[in-house]
Design a protein around this ligand. Structure first.
Ligand code: LLP
Length: 426
């Protein structure tokens, strides 16, 4: 469900005409819908209603900032009560700049530096999700040197196949993430014995774009057993982080993934009686359908074997199709009703710069606008300046108002970031 709808034959973002917006800001650009963000966050929060901790705390919904770190997007969610799951000092600074309270920030990631640990401790974040015994020792040293105590959850590798794309699967034995399940009790006891570290719980995140609840169900069962085992061993467990990963619909022609309501019912069933505060780290589910990438057709080119629609966006702007073979629905902003079969490509000098192959799509011609739907998650944030292309603007819409929340970064800005070595100066 999103708020990008047809009005008299043209695509609107809420009350804003995307054709007029394209004229105002130029193409390509990302456009985000506040109403969609608000709706998705609200739906997710509602699915976890009634799952308070014994102390009466609602689950902490720590939005995975990596999915869309635009500070206005994070600020929109922060105002709704979202916390933040961050994986770098940069993401932590963004979350703080967006108004997320330090006490609602969770720091995840497999390779936190000592500098990042110190920064997070100085800020007073809610929890560090630790991914190895080595990291526990490092964190203990950093916290002790600062005269503070790090509140820690151990990220477990539950050795479960998430049944998603291999590049975004994180919970299998061969993946780099988390502490192998069998070693977690010892690692937890180690954490309890170290200076400057206080273990409060465990967590898992098995992958992204999950379209099957069974691996999550198995993961939650594993976490539940682990909580019981740790407690039997005399250790205190107050929190469990269930991670993120719930998939979203990308293809109108395929069955939708499990709904947030089905996920919520699973969480309620699986976590009954745990007696902990629950944390979740949803990213894509909150922002994916809240964003589109708007692009203009440069030319329609008849190749020897197929028809190419060449657009002014490229793989550097939206990497997912070329990196994961991801499918994004492509539609004309003002469809005529006619259809065509075309391969949609960008201007970058790589054959991998392909958004869709032999796609049945709205017929378009040079100058027409197209949108890549469901581009709010892992879109702008994975962009690069490859081929010395400018980073595209991001626009946030709210009802009938809109604002450029990241201006286009032109070539002058790119050049200003670089230096000619002294010996090369004229
Ligand atoms: N928590 C942790 C520890 C994560 O690593 C991730 C995502 C999330 C939460 C949020 O997962 P989500 O709810 O968004 O599925 N670039 C890829 C996705 C990478 C996901 C990385 N980790 C893509 O475009 O599909």
């Amino acid at each position: 469900m999103d708020h990008f709808t047809d009005r008299a034959g043209r695509l609107f973002a809420e009350e804003v005409d995307l054709t007029a917006l394209a004229d105002a800001v130029g193409t390509p650009f990302y456009c985000y819908s506040t109403a969609t963000l608000v709706r998705h966050f609200g739906v997710f929060r509602d699915t976890l209603a009634g799952l308070e901790s014994p102390a009466g705390e609602a689950p902490l919904i720590a939005y995975a900032v990596k999915a869309n770190p635009n500070v206005s997007v994070v600020a929109t969610l922060a105002r709704l009560g979202a916390g933040a799951d961050v994986v770098s000092e940069g993401e932590m600074r963004r979350a703080l700049a967006a108004g997320v309270p330090p006490g609602a920030i969770v720091f995840s990631g497999v390779g936190k530096t000592r500098g990042e640990m110190a920064a997070a401790l100085a800020v007073g974040i809610y929890q560090m999700n630790v991914e190895s015994e080595g990291e526990l020792h490092a964190l203990s040293e950093v916290a002790t040197a600062l005269g503070t105590t790090a509140t820690v959850a151990l990220r477990v590798n539950p050795e479960i196949d998430a049944r998603t794309h291999a590049k975004i699967s994180t919970g299998a034995a061969e993946n780099k993430f988390g502490i192998p399940l069998a070693r977690v009790p010892a690692a937890y006891a180690l954490a309890a014995s170290l200076h400057g570290v206080r273990p409060v719980g465990v967590g898992a995140h098995i992958g992204s774009q999950l379209t099957d609840l069974a691996p999550l169900e198995a993961t939650f069962a594993t976490l539940g057993q682990l909580v019981r085992d740790l407690r039997t061993g005399g250790l205190s467990v107050e929190r469990v982080d269930l991670g993120g990963g719930l998939g979203i619909p990308y293809r109108p022609d395929q069955p939708p993934p499990p709904t947030p309501a089905e996920y919520g019912a699973l969480v309620a069933r699986a976590t009954a009686g745990w007696g902990v505060r629950l944390l979740c780290e949803p990213g894509r589910l909150i922002v994916g359908n809240a964003g589109v990438l708007v692009s203009r057709v440069v030319t329609v080119k008849a190749g020897a074997a197929r028809t190419f629609v060449v657009v002014d966006a490229a793989m550097n702007d939206l990497l997912r199709p070329s990196l994961y073979g991801a499918w994004h629905h492509i539609r004309a902003v003002a469809p005529t009703g006619a259809r065509m079969t075309a391969t949609v490509v960008g201007p970058v000098c790589e054959t991998g710069d392909t958004f869709a192959e032999d796609r049945d799509m709205d017929a378009v011609a040079a100058g027409d606008l197209v949108t890549f739907m469901t581009a709010g998650a892992y879109g702008a944030t994975m962009a690069s300046t490859y081929n010395s292309r400018a980073l595209v603007p991001e626009v946030l819409v709210d009802g009938d108002r809109w604002a450029v929340v990241r201006p286009r970064e032109d070539i002058a800005a790119q050049l200003a970031r670089e230096r000619i070595a002294p010996w090369l100066s004229p």
